[in-house]
Design a protein. Structure first.
Length: 316
């Protein structure tokens, strides 16, 4: 008689997070298909997934509720129906970047544009034709205004439009027109860091999230980032969380639509427990509400997909 052995539970150390932007105009998320991305490269994720590194304190809360339909006398359960579809995710980011700051706040996130004498924002420089996602063509005079190590924001001038603005990620939703021509570059996620400057333009350390700048794009230097508590804008992203087991197995948690649901919050982790007044690491706390999508396979409404790839020769 055959003897069956249960496979051991996966032993994992940390969770890695990947995010991709949801098209806010059409509410179209980025979907993860395990059949197509079985060999998902955690070190170099395929576009449009952005690697945000390791996270800690990863907690999933399934808050969906089922209700029994009663029938007969005395009443007895006939079947169950799903009364509410809801889920939450929370964790802490281990690094501060533009994107982790934005994801960890339930409100709008902005770029602080560099200013000159008198506090006036420095004028934008034009991005020339022939630019790529890693090289921005500029006149020699404009290029000389920038230096290696600077952060830059690349996007269009604001021209009085309302609704979602910013490319490729919507950075704000405007209900009324403004007079600030630099507003879109204040909220855009299309930012990069200058690696080198020459007379023909700027070379960036990594590709712009939006790819090749669109015609008419301009750029400005950024000195930092800021978010505000309040307002009506909510961050919304597609997310993929990956756990790698010690035997090569993998667990994927895919949330097609996550909306930040709390205001900015930080936690601290003491690094030197032996000495009072020592350093503490400041961590970004993030909490999200999962929004439903309709699965094209069968029309069911879902909030999360959990996938498991067994280790080679594992017991099934």
């Amino acid at each position: 008689m055959a003897k069956w052995f249960s496979a051991p539970a996966p032993a994992v150390r940390r969770v890695r997070a990947y995010f991709a932007s949801v098209d806010r105009q059409t509410q179209t998320p980025v979907l993860f298909d395990l059949a197509e991305q079985l060999n998902f490269d955690v070190a170099a994720p395929p576009s449009p997934w952005i690697d945000l590194g390791w996270i800690q304190g990863f907690v999933r809360k399934a808050q969906s509720k089922s209700e029994a339909i009663l029938t007969g006398i005395p009443a007895a359960p006939l079947e169950q129906v799903r009364e509410r579809l809801q889920a939450q995710v929370s964790f802490e980011f281990l690094s501060w970047t533009k994107l982790t700051m934005a994801l960890a706040t339930g409100a709008q996130h902005m770029n602080v544009l560099a200013s000159g004498t008198g506090g006036q924002v420095l004028s934008a420089a034009t991005v020339g034709s022939g630019s790529t996602s890693t090289f921005l063509v500029m006149s020699s005079a404009d290029a000389a205004r920038f230096s290696a190590g600077q952060i830059i924001a690349v996007d269009l001038d604001y021209a009085g439009e309302t609704g979602y603005v910013g490319a490729p990620v919507s950075g704000a939703y405007l209900r009324q027109t403004l007079s600030d021509v630099d507003y879109i570059r204040r909220v855009t996620f299309n930012v990069g860091m200058v690696a080198d400057v020459n007379s023909s333009g700027l070379t960036l350390q990594s590709a712009l999230p939006g790819g090749v700048p669109i015609a008419g794009a301009k750029l400005q230097a950024v000195v930092g980032f800021v978010d505000r508590e309040g307002g009506t804008f909510y961050q919304e992203w597609s997310a993929l969380f990956v756990m790698e087991g010690s035997q090569g197995e993998r667990i994927f948690f895919h949330y097609p639509r996550l909306q930040a649901m709390v205001s900015a919050e930080e936690g601290s982790e003491v690094l030197d427990v032996k000495h009072r007044g020592g350093y503490a690491r400041v961590l970004l706390k993030a909490q999200f509400m999962a929004l439903p999508v309709t699965d094209p396979l069968d029309g069911e409404r879902v909030v999360c997909y959990r996938s498991f790839v067994p280790a080679v020769n594992a017991v099934i």
